[in-house]
Design a protein around this ligand. Structure first.
Ligand code: KG4
Ligand code: ZN
Length: 342
């Protein structure tokens, strides 16, 4: 069978990413130009700055992606682009660019849901095949997803309030850890002990849902109380205590889902899956329970174009999900995992 090359374009947050992926699994190039440094002094992503940075970087990212892959646009079978969810202005840069390329070079255009992209990251450089369970943990979403086939995904449970990555970022702010918060909290936690009591939100219940707003509030209250009383607090200990509470519930529910569905494979996806402690917890548990674990390399857990190309490949092969010049960006996708865009 002829090789299928997909160009994947991602611009939902602060990474301008363009990638060429062969047959949905083999990464030929994976260019990421991040505007992260421009957001540090504001303590979080500033949408307008992110949009402008995308507009500046996207052509370079595209040219480099083709060059590194050693292909020309003529070799590309389809253009896949994140149309949502994310920052609207940021998304629009990628969507407009993808529309222009698809139109000018007569390529099929495939609108990709960012969250499905995080799930599809599991296929990159791996032999992962459905059925399996994905523990999806990003800055905007937290969910346990049942992947029945390459195209059929079912959400078993998700967060009722904040996403786990969002909680990491907010806790980082309270602890004075600069943006991006997640990796900073992980670093601080390495020096600390999980000795501060934390609420165990929805840990023991029967659902696959999560809740992080109470945990975040507990950290805020603890830090304020200790500061006001003059006692102070240990940043590493609070980071370790928060991280342990935040991650253990994820691991418990993900592994329970594998067991209860009768599946034998778990994959991880989303920025928080780059967390070394989460990866270690999953490795230990998988070994103990005889479950096969797929963890995309850390660079593929956070936002990248390759995961969009991987999902685009599946949509190209198995669905008629195609965009045209009317394709628009969507900040939110209410039912966040859909077969198709509309
Ligand atoms: O998937 P992602 O790159 O973007 C979204 O789709 O949201 O995830 C970003 C989130 C941020 O909240 C970031 O703090 C978190 O992933 N994150 C981490 C780590 N690396 C990134 N959280 C905990 N530990 C990490 N090492
Ligand atoms: Zn993401």
């Amino acid at each position: 069978m002829k090789d299928v090359l997909i160009l994947g374009i991602e611009s939902s947050c602060d990474e301008t990413a363009v990638s060429v992926v062969k047959n949905g699994r083999e990464i030929l190039s994976d260019v990421i130009i991040s505007s992260c440094n421009q957001h540090v002094k504001f303590g979080g992503v500033v949408p307008e700055i992110a949009s402008r940075a995308h507009a500046t970087a996207i052509d370079t990212a595209y040219t480099q992606a083709l060059q590194t892959a050693g292909v020309s646009i003529d070799d590309i079978d389809a253009v896949a682009v994140t149309f949502g969810a994310g920052l609207l202005g940021a998304l629009l840069v990628g969507v407009s660019f993808a529309k222009a390329i698809a139109y000018a070079y007569h390529k099929p255009l495939i609108p990709v849901n960012h969250i499905r992209g995080h799930v599809a990251a599991g296929y990159l450089n791996s032999d992962l095949k459905p059925p399996f369970i994905t523990l999806l943990t990003s800055g905007g979403h937290t969910a346990v997803v049942q992947v029945d086939s390459y195209t059929h995904l079912k959400v078993l449970g998700s967060t009722r309030d904040d996403a786990v990555g969002e909680a990491f970022d907010k806790v980082a702010r309270v602890l004075g850890i600069p943006y991006p918060g997640g990796p900073g909290v992980e670093r601080a936690a390495r020096e600390g002990r999980p000795i501060v009591p934390m609420p165990q939100m929805l840990k023991g219940d029967k659902s696959y849902d999560f809740s992080y707003s109470g945990l975040k509030t507990a950290v805020v209250n603890y830090c304020h109380t200790k500061t006001q009383s003059g006692e102070g607090f240990s940043v590493p200990d609070v980071a370790a205590s928060f991280q342990t509470a935040a991650l253990s519930v994820l691991v418990d529910k993900a592994f329970r889902a594998v067991k209860e569905t009768g599946y034998s494979v778990l994959s991880l996806g989303g920025g928080v899956a780059a967390n070394g402690h989460l990866r270690a917890l999953c490795e230990t548990r998988a070994k103990k329970e005889g479950i096969t674990l797929y963890m995309p390399e850390k660079k593929l857990c956070t936002d990248n174009g390759a995961m969009i190309a991987a999902e685009g490949y599946l949509q190209y092969l198995y669905t008629d999900n195609r965009g045209d010049l009317t394709l628009n960006a969507a900040a939110n996708i209410p039912e966040f995992i859909k077969e198709y865009q509309q």
